[in-house]
Design a binder for this molecule. Structure first.
Ligand code: MG
Length: 411
């Protein structure tokens, strides 16, 4: 129906142009597409105006197709997929793996929901006390069910949304503050639902100049997304004029400071049982690997004293006896691609030593370094190495050198 209407309009347009002497087909060269012979030029009725209900017709078709798809997908999924199964991209036998590597946060150590509330509250306080945001934003408590990992945030429009792997906005998921934005408004704003590649944040989920669509990949970013939305909500509800770019930066800096200023580390260390879960299971896995003669290494972005206290709680005072190599503050993903930064030894009191590192020794803790040096000093690479991490981008960077297993969790 739509095609017929458009085709009809095209012919009428050609006839109209011919009548006005604007048609490309001259009297002697009238093409087969031109239905008006020059000799038979008669006054033609004006081309029909676009069908006024075409927009509602297309919306109705869209909603109908969406409903059919929605009804179909669950039945296909339930028939083909076992929700309790584990799926992998490579087949391997654990008996062939000699070396096991681990990330720390959300891989070896799992945190309770209380940690997200802690980060949210601390960042909200920094916004109020250091960035001078209105104290009324304190009335917005952390909602653990508001955001999921992987969402995108339009920094200029202050909109949180889900975008698929082909850069299409998933309609119905776009939030301004704490309210859903109607689909029609989203389509009008973005001239459809596709976001150009040049606006998306980079491979590691980071934004740089011109990349205004920031993706939140880290599980620590759940409180960040919720705080952004709550402050947006406060400003919108109270008709306060504000610059969304400034808000994004201030919230980002506040969340970063909760880590950098040690607020989060001190709070966890002060009440470790409240924040760390499944310690017994982690301990059992590590002991089993060690008992079977496997080599184990740890590469984390977290600082030495924080990891030491957490691992003492999970494994015990002798936790370093289980690990052949321990690297802290590795600065992943830069650890995987920046060859310039050497390893540095950290002593028992957390002091950085200036010795040149010729060997990564068991029982020692090293800071920073890089993957190329790690491979050179250990000789560990290839199919005998299995690395566990939880960050879909930064941890996955090792997947061309080792087997890789991503840890999913419901946090
Ligand atoms: Mg992690």
């Amino acid at each position: 129906m739509a095609a017929r209407s458009l085709l009809g309009a095209g012919r009428a347009g050609c006839a109209g142009r011919a009548a006005a002497g604007l048609c490309c087909c001259s009297a002697s060269r009238a093409g087969p597409h031109c239905t008006v012979a020059p000799q038979q030029q008669q006054p033609q009725p004006p081309p029909p105006a676009p069908t006024p209900d075409m927009k509602s017709y297309l919306w109705a078709r869209y909603r109908e197709a969406k409903k059919v798809t929605k009804d179909l997908v669950p039945s296909i999924m339930s028939n083909l997929l076992n929700p309790d199964a584990v799926f992998t991209n490579n087949e391997m036998s654990l008996s062939d793996i000699e070396i096991y590597g681990f990330d720390y946060d959300y891989t070896l150590v799992f945190y309770s929901q209380d940690l997200h509330t802690l980060i949210y509250n601390a960042a909200r306080d920094l916004l109020i006390n250091e960035h001078r945001y209105p104290a009324e934003i304190r009335k917005y408590d952390y909602d653990p069910n508001f955001a999921i990992r992987g969402l995108h945030y339009d920094v200029h429009r202050a909109l949180l949304m889900k975008i698929d792997a082909f850069h299409y906005i998933q309609l119905g998921t776009v939030y301004r503050g704490l309210s859903v934005v109607p689909d029609e408004e989203v389509i009008a704003m973005y001239d459809g639902s596709h976001v150009p590649l040049e606006q998306m944040s980079d491979f590691y989920g980071k934004s740089s100049h011109g990349h205004t669509m920031k993706q939140f990949m880290d599980i620590f970013s759940l409180p960040e997304m919720t705080l952004l939305s709550c402050v947006n909500e406060y400003f919108l509800k109270n008709n306060i004029d504000y610059e969304p770019v400034h808000l994004y930066k201030d919230v980002k800096d506040s969340i970063r400071d909760v880590h950098i200023k040690g607020i989060m580390y001190r709070a966890i260390e002060a009440d470790i049982e409240k924040y760390i879960c499944y310690a017994e299971q982690t301990r059992a896995v590590l002991r089993k690997l060690a008992d079977h003669g496997k080599k184990i290494f740890l590469i984390t972005n977290s600082p030495s004293s924080f990891v030491d206290k957490g691992m003492k709680f999970i494994v015990g005072k002798d936790w370093r006896d289980l690990f052949d190599v321990v690297i802290v503050q590795a600065d992943k993903p830069n650890f995987f691609n920046d060859k310039r930064r050497p390893f540095r030894k950290v002593n028992e009191r957390g002091v950085l030593l200036w010795d040149k590192i010729h060997k990564l020794q068991k029982g020692q803790i090293y800071k920073q370094g890089n993957l190329y040096e790690f491979l050179k000093l250990t000789g560990w690479r290839g199919s005998k190495v299995l690395y566990f991490g939880d960050h879909i981008y930064s941890d996955l960077a090792v997947s061309n050198l080792f087997f890789f297993f991503i840890v999913f969790h419901g946090g």
